[in-house]
Ligand binder design. Structure first.
Ligand SMILES: *[C@@H]1O[C@H](CO)[C@@H](O)[C@H](O)[C@H]1NC(C)=O
Length: 238
């Protein structure tokens, strides 16, 4: 890990509409070993520049339709160059500038959909509260490393200046399978690991909810009956 790593993040609120408040975010960020250019909206990523694949990536869900952005990738590359230049200048100007380091304040693992054994689902590893970006997230299934079907968002900046990143793993739950996500960050001496186990109780929708609903309905109807009784009684007296 580089000790002299320095990070610059510029972000701005591009537009705030008057009646319904939405927050659009444009992030240009760089460190010695990392760069990011991303558009976000209300805490979600809309599109980002993938500097490995050298293309702009649209991450809107299919119903939102693809938004073409000709020239966006080139603009992102240019902005990243400016960021790296500024970073070099800052390095020179602020010799031995101490880098703030905050380990992730929370790591959570959960499934996107309710678990049905044998039905495709997505495991989510949600990492937040860290600085600087990024984190590395790795997955295991029953102790074996998994890379296929994994993906990770570019870092999203939080209101307090820390970052959030979300890693996903496509999986098909089978009883007894144990998954883990391990998070590495500059401020951690060892990874934070969270475990997810596919358990029988999650897949069998028990009688609990039906009984609960039945009892609730009965009590409700009794209440209506009692109310009606007293209403009639009350009217008789007056
Ligand atoms: C993340 O992984 C890359 C590549 O393996 C490594 O160079 C980097 O130091 C790792 N970052 C952290 C924070 O552990």
């Amino acid at each position: 890990m580089k000790m002299k790593e320095l990070l610059l993040f510029l972000s701005c609120v591009l537009s705030v509409s008057a009646d319904v408040l939405h927050e659009e975010l444009y992030i240009i960020g760089c460190s010695d070993s990392y760069g990011e250019v991303m558009f976000g909206l209300d805490g979600e990523e809309k599109r980002y520049a993938d500097f490995n694949k050298q293309t702009e990536v649209d991450v809107l869900p299919p119903f939102a339709g693809p938004i073409s952005c000709p020239g966006c990738y080139d603009i992102a590359v240019a902005n990243l160059q400016v960021c790296k230049k500024n970073l070099q200048i800052a390095h020179k100007a602020l010799k031995d500038f101490p880098l703030e380091r905050d380990a992730p304040s929370a790591v959570m693992i959960y499934t996107r959909d309710e678990v049905e054994v044998g039905e495709k689902n997505t495991l989510i590893c949600h990492v937040t509260g860290f600085y600087p970006a990024p984190v590395n997230v790795s997955w295991t299934k029953n102790g074996e490393k998994v890379t296929e079907g994994t993906s990770i968002n570019v870092p999203y900046i939080n209101k307090d200046g820390s970052f959030t990143q979300i890693s996903r793993l496509q999986f098909t739950p089978q009883l007894g399978d144990i998954y883990s996500c391990a998070v590495e960050h500059l401020a951690l001496t060892q990874p934070i690991t969270k475990i997810y186990e596919v358990e029988a109780s999650q897949s069998a929708p028990g009688v609990g909810p039906a009984v609960f609903c039945g009892v609730g309905l009965t009590v409700g109807l009794l209440g209506v009956a009692a109310g009606t009784f007293f209403l009639i009684k009350g009217n008789e007296c007056s």
